[in-house]
Design a protein around this ligand. Sequence first.
Ligand code: NAP
Length: 330
Amino acid sequence: MSQMMRVAEITRPGGPEVLQWRERPLPRPAAGEVLLRVRAFGINRPDLLQRKGVYPPPPGASDIPGLEVCGDVVEGDCAGTSLHVGQRVVALVNGGGYADFCVVPAGQCIEAPRSLSDAEAAAVPETFFTVWHNLFQRGGLKAGEHVLVQGGASGIGSTAVQLAHALGARVWATAGTEAKCKACVELGAERAINYRSEDFVEAVREGTGGRGVDVILDMVAGDYVAREIGCLAEEGRLVIVAVQGGAAVSFDAALLMRRRLSITGSTMRPRSTEFKSALARALERQAWPLIEAGKVRPRMHAVLPAEQIVRAHQMLEAGDHVGKIALTWN
Ligand SMILES: NC(=O)c1ccc[n+]([C@@H]2O[C@H](COP(=O)([O-])OP(=O)(O)OC[C@H]3O[C@@H](n4cnc5c(N)ncnc54)[C@H](OP(=O)(O)O)[C@@H]3O)[C@@H](O)[C@H]2O)c1
């Protein structure tokens, strides 16, 4: 095995063109870690923020971007896991996914679903870990409840719509074009709202007879929060996973009290290995059967060769995509 690997370095903060393929020594797995030969890796909006220099990797994480891969276990410490050398896995990595080899805590690996291609499998971890934790564990979404997914055609949104629908929730989604609204319906949304031409608060109030929705998964924040508070049902939960519309918010706290609402949120990347490993086991038990049964499948916008990483970032930045973009090594 060559002692060198290929990595896409962020050569300086900036646009997609600052990503350049370089060679680096192969990393060695420490205790509790495995080395993966990467078959494919996914890209996510947080990678764009890291490339621009506004979302630095947490202490101890690789400076190479990339939060999710599909690959084969080459060597390492599989003790206490069901992993073995040669196994095809998906992994939520702490960084370093844009490479042909990658080191990851063993607990953050899950056997790759057999029904998915390498690119599809690589597109699973970041959105499944994030959505599972935020929508179901924090938001407590249950079968029969009504959920509004903001940005339903995004990587995160397309996973949220599918998982919520597969688990028996009534799903509404927002998106910025008619084509993306149509995609949300194909993914399982019962109603998609074009947020550029329609007020989602009015639509929710009207569509629920004034009751509101039980859970909202939000990736906008800013002035959305006050509006979301206005269309949550009693005991409703608002879960914030991104602040694309601004982090400073203002809302009517009296409504919060009167309707007994909760607001929560989280970021996945800085969480501990123990937390991510426990989440991996929950996904393995509860979400993997949905994938293997064909009820949930990553919605792929594009699959490109790894060499086209700059183009992949340009595509994600342009925002015309529905679902996920992944790159492969073969
Ligand atoms: N908290 C966490 O742990 C965590 C983990 C991963 C990602 N994230 C965040 O989650 C977000 C989605 O990530 P991604 O990788 O799925 O990115 P993505 O595919 O690029 O999605 C971004 C989405 O935001 C939507 N959006 C922007 N402004 C909106 C508005 N005013 N109303 C409704 N939707 C709006 C866009 O919808 P249209 O294109 O339809 O306009 C687009 O679909 C990003 O902000 C990312 O940083 C958070």
